[in-house]
Write a protein that binds this ligand. Sequence first.
Ligand code: SF4
Ligand code: SF4
Length: 100
Amino acid sequence: MAVARPTFIDEVRQSEQFNAAACMNCGVCTAICPMGLEHLPREIFRYVVLGMEEEVLKEQETVFSCLLCKLCEENCPAGVHITENVRSLRHYFDRKAFRI
Ligand code: SF4
Ligand code: SF4
């Protein structure tokens, strides 16, 4: 069973922004993504917000598959800064890999 850790989002943020609180799970981003990424952004962002680190760690490949094309962001009705969040997640994975 997945364990939630409330301080996880602070680790993802560190020196950068991560904000997905406005996401209303509408699915526009998933429908429009040219890479067909089903779990990014909304599902993985929700895991971060809920502190579900284990679930996020399973999605490393997905996070690095994003083209940062901003198509989803430009069409997001909630104005979520999706690519900025993806960059923060990549930096989180890098810190985790290199223990920095
Ligand atoms: S388009 Fe925006 S509000 Fe809709 S699910 Fe994606 S991130 Fe959330
Ligand atoms: S920025 Fe990433 S998640 Fe968004 S549409 Fe482009 S490839 Fe998909």
